[in-house]
Design a protein around this ligand. Sequence first.
Ligand code: ADP
Ligand code: MG
Length: 705
Amino acid sequence: MITQASIQIIDNANMVHELDTLFKPKSIAIIGASSKELSIGNVVIKNLIHYNYTGKIYPINLKESEIRGIKAYPTIFDVPEDIDLAHVIIPSKFVPQIIEDCGKKGIKSVIINSAGFSEMGEEGIALQEAFLAKAKEYGVRIFGPNCQGIINANPEYNAYCDFTFTFPKPGSISIVALSGGVGAFIMQSLFDLDIGMRMYASNGNACDISISEVLKYYGEDEGTKAIILYTEGFRNPREFIEAAKLVAKKKPILAMKSGRTEEGAQAAASHTGSLAGVDIATELIFEKTGILSFNNEEDMCQAAMAFSTQPIPKGNRVGIITNTGGPAVIATDELVSVGLQLPPLSQKAINILKETQLPEATIGNPIDVVATGGGIHFRSALDVLMNEENIDSIFINFVTAPFTDTDEVARNIVEVNRLKRKPIICNFMTNLSIDRFQTTAKILKDGGVPCYSFPTTAAKALGALYKFQKVQTRNIGEPKKFTDIDSSLSLPKGNGTFLPSSDVFKILSAYGILVADWRIAKNTDEAILYANEIGFPVVIKAEASSLVHKSDLGGVAINIKNAGEVKLAVDRMKLKFKNEELKFLVQKFLPGGKELIVGVTAQKELEPLIMFGLGGIYVEVLKDVIFKLSPVTELEAEEMLSSIKASKLLDGVRGQSGVNKKSIIEIIQRISQLVNDFPQIKEMDLNPIMAFEDKTIVVDARIKI
Ligand code: ADP
Ligand code: MG
């Protein structure tokens, strides 16, 4: 039965969010307001005034009665009205008391600009904990400390709660940055590109309000069309992944891969752990959640320009209109390399273009309207592409030929752009020191056409729009749960050692992974006995906990065909290793397979990374491997196979047969399940797994716990 009381009407537009007092403050107190021009306590007030803040400003200062022409109060308790937000700009030792005061005054959000906390060692950490305890007690949310603050460029607020110097015009891009320095220059870059901004947040030590929380807030903000994110790592990666997954489905999140050091990329070592590295984890988090990652801050800001004005294309088919040849070639190269296609035009389109274009024009894709082409020629080409069913986006190369009415061309582009049916990106080649062309540029800009001055830059921006379309439609599915697993399996707790091969092979078998038939022999007689049981030819491997790379040391003898050869191999290894606990792994010899690797490396505060690639003894040299964040779904495992450089090898080349991809995809998923079931696994390498036409079998494996 539905009772009256259980019916709730949720009115989204009027819903109050906990962070509203931070981002949409109706009144702000500046605790530590100062009359000194060159102080943060003065600059913050100056910025609020300069940006036409629409709410009330309350400078708090014990001695002054007025700061920058605004009435000041000795304490927040002297302010007669409610206060939404406070800036705290006082020495760190006074902060815990002030947070308590803020709580008592009913202030819900506080930006602590002051430094001297967790970034300063033990004493600072204690102070941070002290004010956090007060904040919790009184329900005050903390932004910072040691931070810049926030900006809300929405004219309803004009809240410039920050001490920086760039005053963005209102727009639809919101920024969240852990580093104030990077945040500020990104804001400046958007400003230079004449891109409007919506909100800005730079939260320094981020002791309470996290990047993830701000991200979710932007996700719910209707005025934010795209988000720029900058972080140098994740304090709580799982919380971030959850937030980013949610938001990235709704709107583009543009982020930069940072910490991509040469050292990281070149990390060459003997196992999966060092083939990975922290930087890879960040990239994989971006990939898993659908964040668009950029190689550099410039590409990211240029793409933001496209996202701020253009719709998302429905697919990867682009039509090019150009009035000059070469730049269209450069653009095409870049467009194709980011996965876009240039389909041929329909007969209907060709007929219309033949009638409407100049006789010298080239009819096709690209459509070359030639340099003498004017507004009507651009227009007919634009209309045709807008109506072409197999075109999803339009790329324009527009050089301002001195003998054409370039303003007329620009006006036509703008008119079509206003329809917002398909994204339009314009590579605009001109000389902006010439008045006439400045006017043309202004028409395009005011008309919301994203203009770039290099064909490659423009093409990359269109590529980013397309990438978001892929992200939105990509469904990696749920990780498979294999039920044919021996659930009696248990693993020792973990002490940083490698498990003996016998344990490793048993674990793999319990998880339904095929392992080459094996026995552990203590001496020559046992080795011969087992070799007979397994069936010749066999492989003999030296087995001792200290042996990691057996073949480097002569601990692997392959293609052993009879008892005599078994004895020879065993004797040789005994002589070589002189190890009391030395045993011998007798294994079925499996020649002719492709040697592949599947690896695992555990991460702090994050699910383990799974690696796949070309295996064998050259893995560190070739480094043709790919990582994914577990749990890995079937689709992701398929992507791993198809994205290694040598993926074509798996299909078979030059008369060689291909491998059974299905069985490899299954091994990857089973390993993903195994490491998620047993978090004590720190590292694991199946190297090699031998891939054949019909099946894939593990011949060597290590597990570190
Ligand atoms: P390690 O990695 O410790 O040096 P492996 O067991 O991986 O030792 O063996 C090294 C190489 O020997 C493998 O890359 C593979 O080429 C070959 N090999 C090992 N076991 C077999 C086997 N059972 N069948 C065929 N070749 C094998
Ligand atoms: Mg090996």
